[in-house]
Design a protein around this ligand. Structure first.
Ligand SMILES: NC(=O)c1ccc[n+]([C@@H]2O[C@H](COP(=O)([O-])OP(=O)(O)OC[C@H]3O[C@@H](n4cnc5c(N)ncnc54)[C@H](OP(=O)(O)O)[C@@H]3O)[C@@H](O)[C@H]2O)c1
Length: 247
């Protein structure tokens, strides 16, 4: 797969799935812009991703988001790929225990944040007939007994339908929009659920293939969606989850 000459923007590229995505896109020839909140973490990540720059941006802040896209265009003159990856996972609580601020925070980052980046990126992707990949979750596909972080599930389910809406709307510009729903992946986000051997075994066994995933396994699926190999694929929702969502 060849992404030579392509400019890719990966939100939340400082660690986890976003970092692995930045790396694989770069290894396949793209120039990569990664974003994150934490400047030091972002700088360390760019040191490990060839042909990358980092731009600090809080996805909750519209001006930060505008600045990322305008700096990308200023520096590289175009945008071909947007990976809407940045996200947070809240403390697991039942709906009646969540206060409105917690609810709003999750939606602000996981849903409105993706809206902000997509809105800014679309005019540039229209010029390149570019590609968007939204990172949703198995939690957007199904409910989990005792594991329902409601705002998280709501934000991730919304991204699935937005993928289809955006794919349809911008098909006339030949912009492809696809979505990936990971199962449990070994990143900082899931550390709280993998503290003990018992926790790890439980999580491994939740996945029919017998283990949790690695960030690189999600990144490879993202790589496929943004490449020409997926030239006739848009509006698709792909579970990359060791079979978790089929249970
Ligand atoms: N890990 C899983 O099991 C799993 C499963 C399904 C879906 N996902 C989804 O996959 C995506 C990546 O998850 P991950 O596990 O790689 O998470 P992670 O390791 O916790 O990384 C999250 C990334 O998002 C960035 N981010 C968080 N809040 C932000 C904000 N307000 N503004 C800007 N950037 C922000 C972080 O930047 P800083 O480093 O600066 O904080 C970081 O780069 C998320 O959308 C997540 O919901 C993950």
């Amino acid at each position: 797969m060849n992404l030579s000459g392509k400019i890719a923007l990966v939100t939340g590229g400082s660690r986890g799935i976003g970092f692995s995505t930045g790396k694989i896109l770069s290894e396949n020839g793209a120039t990569v812009v990664i974003t994150g909140k934490d400047a030091k973490r972002l700088e360390k990540a760019t040191e490990k991703i060839p042909n990358s720059i980092g731009i600090v941006a809080d996805i909750r802040n519209t001006n930060d988001v505008k600045n990322v896209v305008s700096k990308t265009i200023e520096k590289f003159g175009r945008l071909d790929i947007l990976v809407n990856n940045a996200g947070i996972f809240p403390k697991i609580k039942k709906l009646h225990e969540i206060d409105e601020d917690e609810w709003n925070e999750v939606l602000d980052v996981n849903l409105t944040g993706q809206f902000r980046f997509t809105k800014e990126a679309i005019p540039h992707l229209q010029k390149t007939s570019g590609s968007i990949v939204n990172i949703s979750s198995d939690a957007g596909l199904k409910a989990y007994q005792g594991f329902n972080a409601d705002a998280y599930s709501a934000s991730k389910a919304a991204l699935i339908i937005l993928t289809k809406c955006w794919a349809l709307e911008y098909s006339k510009n030949k912009i492809r929009v696809n979505c990936i729903c990971p199962g449990v992946v070994d990143t900082d986000m899931t550390k709280p659920f993998l503290r003990t051997q018992t926790d790890k075994e439980f999580m491994d066994n939740e996945h029919p293939l017998g283990r949790i995933g690695q960030p690189g396994e999600i990144a490879k699926a993202i790589m496929y969606f943004v490449s020409d190999d997926a030239s006739w694929t848009t509006g698709a929702v792909l579970a990359v989850d060791g079979g978790e969502s089929i249970k």
